[in-house]
Design a binder for this molecule. Structure first.
Ligand code: AMP
Length: 116
């Protein structure tokens, strides 16, 4: 998919509105439009990478930045003590629906395990 067609690229460029809770040079984090928990934030790199499977060795530092941002989001939204889950859906069996790598940060309620 071309970047100009990618909804998350468009959010990162502020061409599409989103409730951005955290951002820096490399990362944008915004509230999920269809929240599955009281806190549900999607953390993305500004760089278009289709999925975790499509990432490469060149992206290792960026993947670390995504997890660092997930932690910062949890602190900012005050779920660091109660706990939270960071989820990446990769590919069809995981029902990845947006083909731009993203990590969900979910919290604010007791989460079930295992996931469906
Ligand atoms: P996944 O199913 O793991 O690919 O997650 C994609 C997530 O992006 C879903 O939870 C959607 O609700 C969310 N989403 C899709 N479009 C938007 C949007 N425009 N703004 C915020 N969240 C979105």
């Amino acid at each position: 998919m071309a970047e100009h067609d990618c909804i998350f690229c468009r959010i990162a460029k502020e061409e599409v509105p989103a409730d951005i809770v955290h951002e820096n040079e490399q990362i944008v984090a915004f509230r999920d439009i269809n929240p599955q928990a009281p806190v549900h934030v999607v953390v993305i790199p500004r760089k278009h990478i289709a999925s975790l499977a499509a990432s490469s060795a060149d992206d290792v530092a960026l993947l670390g930045e995504i997890l660092k941002a997930a932690k910062e989001v949890a602190e900012k939204l005050d779920i660091q003590a109660s706990g939270y889950r960071v989820v990446n859906n990769c590919g069809p069996d995981a029902q990845q629906s947006v083909q731009h790598i993203h990590f969900h940060v979910l919290g604010g309620r007791r989460l079930g395990w295992p996931p469906g």
